[in-house]
Design a protein around this ligand. Structure first.
Ligand SMILES: C[S@@+](CC[C@H](N)C(=O)[O-])C[C@H]1O[C@@H](n2cnc3c(N)ncnc32)[C@H](O)[C@@H]1O
Length: 229
């Protein structure tokens, strides 16, 4: 991605379910669906990814920490299900704290969400941090297109939440899928919102069996892959 993204001020906007997202005028792209940020994250990453994965403890790996919304929803779900979860997330461009403080996610969620959201954002980059009794977080600042994935546990669930392939094609190229596949266990569940033909083919070629699923409001379909080899 061109670094002009860093120089364009992300703008806070409200999506259809009332929850915020950020809009980047420089690339005309937002962090979540305008039809509902929380609605989208719950549908794709929690319901069709985290909860779909069979098994006890879970290692989640996220591409694109962004606002921390997926992370917050996963932490809440891990507490609710009493499922020990290690959440490793990578981000090239961490957001400024002043902006994060304005995000309204906790007000739509369980009362624990305020404290959790703060802890998630205050956690240092580059070191594992225990957030709750069941949820540990490891935020790593790196560029997945140029750097290796250091010290990442074999993942059970992958949230692939980059900007769209039309806006950030380099992150949807085969070498990135190869890197993700290399840190992934058999039977791992991969979820993303793009059902583009090239994405399906590349994910299939690194060992995932692909299926399309109904999308959240405003999006016909999403993609899920299960690691079969
Ligand atoms: C769609 S947003 C992620 C939304 C996020 N999951 C959330 O819950 O708010 C995509 C994210 O990928 C990050 N990103 C862009 N290029 C990257 C790269 N090369 N390596 C790692 N992260 C990158 C962006 O800065 C942005 O935060």
């Amino acid at each position: 991605m061109k670094d002009f993204i860093l120089k364009t001020n992300p703008q806070l906007i409200q999506t259809k379910d009332g929850s915020h997202t950020l809009y980047l005028p420089g690339i005309d792209e937002q962090y979540h669906s305008l039809n509902g940020a929380i609605t989208e994250s719950l549908h794709i990453y929690i319901n069709n990814g985290y909860l779909y994965h069979q098994g006890g403890e879970k290692n989640v790996f996220e591409v694109g920490f962004g606002t921390g919304l997926n992370c917050l929803l996963t932490a809440l779900e891990s507490e609710k299900q009493n499922t020990p979860t290690t959440y490793t997330t990578i981000e090239k461009y961490p957001l400024p704290n002043e902006l994060v403080q304005q995000l309204n996610y906790p007000k739509f969620l369980d009362k624990k969400a305020v404290g959790l959201f703060n802890k998630i954002h205050q956690a240092n980059w580059g070191e594992p941090v225990k957030i709750t009794g069941t949820f540990s977080l490891y935020k790593i600042q790196l560029d997945i297109t140029t750097q290796p994935l250091p010290g990442v546990l074999p993942a059970d669930v992958i949230y692939f939440d980059a900007f769209g392939p039309d806006k950030q094609s380099e992150i949807w190229e085969l070498p990135v899928f190869e890197k993700v596949s290399a840190i992934t266990q058999k039977n791992a569940v991969f979820v993303t919102y793009s059902v583009k033909g090239t994405v399906k083919r590349r994910l299939g070629s690194v060992g995932f069996q692909i299926e399309k699923l109904p999308g959240p409001p405003g999006k016909k379909e999403i993609l899920r892959g299960v690691k079969v080899r």
